[in-house]
Design a protein around this ligand. Structure first.
Ligand code: NAD
Length: 456
């Protein structure tokens, strides 16, 4: 399998993908490894993950450069991602002991009865990952899964393979056995082969189209399945904001990681009384974003990781123009080697347009004027997705009233494109099922076993 640099189209290296036989062997290895790993005391598992954290700190510049090289992410954003992973590891290290401990939930001395819950590992899990934040979407799964006593068959995206290999090496150096964290290398065909193994759970991050296939495969087998899928995340800007600072914050939410975040701002609604001022400030902000070599410290807009996405973006632009949207900035791919698209801003959009309905997953955004809060809520909820949604206003009560009516897994007041290890990360509707992060995101890798204990 060729690994290419999306910023210039050059082949970085070639790796051997796992075929169906290799995947089966890896599953058998992990099955045997898990039985031993589940017996390792939690203290030792915690120590191995703490050592993994230290290895990441020691290697962070190399890891950041590899990530930038293979996905085209600006180098500063690669460093941010790795720092973010450290925070998540700290959270899991701090909270796992309490979450994995047996719980006594009832005791009756007279009846000599006790009821307890034990948090047993699921067994061998498949962790099938996306490329856009490989340290985040991978780490949200494999760190708590390993702590809980599972073996992990980790399939990094074919667009973030070298990062996946780095992760495996560092975990192994840190003391996680090779038969407990097992990288599975390849594309969708390898992922499909992995799902044909009798795994005990599948934790997937990626597109809705693949998520549907994963759910169908898992459904037949009655195994635990979690799907973290796409979004079409809205922001509503009320008329009482400081226009310049709201425009700057929302522009960052839309264009960070070149718009290739599951929780990127993908739709903007602005109160009509500040619409023109907001649009001007927003376009000024986006004009200041530097597109260029992802290794350059000053670059903010990097490459489009997957080449086919350029076609999706071009189609959204053509569709919006045809239906009467006003193109204010960008609108085309950039003529240079590799996969590039100009930061693109539309005004006068509506929900007949793909740019306001379908996940763009790139540097393109539509801004629509709304008359009042009710209209904004209706539009925010008019989507197949439900990952995040946000409101910018000075009025806390108004923000809470609006956000309580929005059907999304995460809501933001005066912030956006933000993930916290302390809060559950989940979506509604086509944004997925299940969750990662928070203390729930530790117990999700366990099977709560009910003990009814009656002394004879
Ligand atoms: P993708 O669906 O193309 O691929 C995801 C993974 O699935 C890859 O590892 C791929 O090799 C594998 N795969 C593909 N076909 C398969 C099959 N038939 N069986 C098993 N595995 C298969 O998605 P992507 O392009 O890597 O990621 C982008 C998508 O991920 C976007 O929609 C984005 O919104 C979403 N995402 C969601 C979250 C979240 O937390 N909700 C986070 C990051 C990304």
């Amino acid at each position: 399998m060729k690994i290419s640099n999306p910023a210039d189209g050059t082949v970085i290296t070639e790796v051997t993908a796992d075929n169906a036989t290799a995947v089966r062997r890896k599953f058998e290895l992990a099955r045997a490894g898990q039985a031993k790993w589940a017996k390792v005391p939690l203290k030792k598992r915690l120590a191995a993950i703490a050592a993994f954290r230290e290895r990441i700190v020691a290697m962070q510049e190399t890891l950041a450069r590899t990530l930038t090289h293979e996905v085209g992410k600006p180098i500063r954003q690669s460093r941010n991602e790795i720092k973010g992973l450290l925070g998540r590891i700290d959270f899991f290290l701090a909270e796992s002991s309490a979450m994995l401990r047996d719980e006594k939930v009832f005791a009756d001395a007279g009846q000599k009865l006790e009821e307890r819950i034990a948090h047993e590992p699921l067994g061998v899990i498949a962790n099938i990952s996306a490329w856009n934040y490989p340290y985040f979407v991978g780490g949200n799964v494999f760190v708590p899964a390993l702590l809980a006593g599972n073996a992990v068959l980790y399939k990094p995206s074919e667009f973030a393979t070298l990062t996946g290999i780095h992760i495996a090496e560092l975990l192994h150096e840190a003391g996680i056995p090779r038969d407990v964290f097992v990288p599975v290398i390849g594309d969708g065909a390898t992922g499909a082969a992995l799902l044909r193994q009798p795994v005990d759970g599948v934790f997937f991050t990626g597109s809705l189209a693949t998520g549907e296939k994963i759910a169908a495969a898992a459904g037949k087998r009655m195994i635990k399945v979690q799907l973290e899928l796409g979004g079409k995340d809205p922001i509503y800007v009320c008329e009482d904001v400081d226009v310049a600072s709201a425009a700057a914050a929302v522009a960052d939410g839309a264009f960070y990681n070149t718009g290739q975040s599951c929780c990127s701002v993908e739709r903007i609604y602005v109160h009509e009384s500040i619409h023109d001022a907001f649009v001007k400030a927003f376009v000024d902000e986006v004009r200041g974003f530097k597109l260029g070599d992802p290794m350059d410290e000053s670059t903010y807009i990097g490459a489009i990781t997957r080449r086919p996405q350029l076609e999706v973006l071009k189609k959204q632009v053509a569709d919006a123009k045809r239906k009467g949207a006003r193109l204010l900035l960008g609108g085309a791919s950039v003529k240079r080697k590799g996969n590039w698209f100009e930061p693109t801003v539309f005004a006068d959009v509506d929900h007949s347009m793909a740019v306001m309905r379908d996940e763009s997953f790139g540097p393109i955004i539509g801004i629509q004027a709304v008359a009042d809060d009710e209209a904004a809520v209706d539009l925010m909820n008019d989507t197949e997705y439900g990952l995040t949604a946000g409101v910018y206003t000075k009025d806390e009560r108004r923000a809470k009233r609006i956000l309580s009516q929005v059907n999304a897994g995460t809501v933001y007041w005066n912030c956006c494109d933000r993930v916290s290890p302390r809060l559950p990360w989940s979506g509604v509707k086509h944004s997925g099922i299940g969750l990662t992060l928070s203390t729930y995101g530790i117990q999700t890798f366990t099977r709560p076993k009910a003990w009814h204990l009656k002394a004879g």
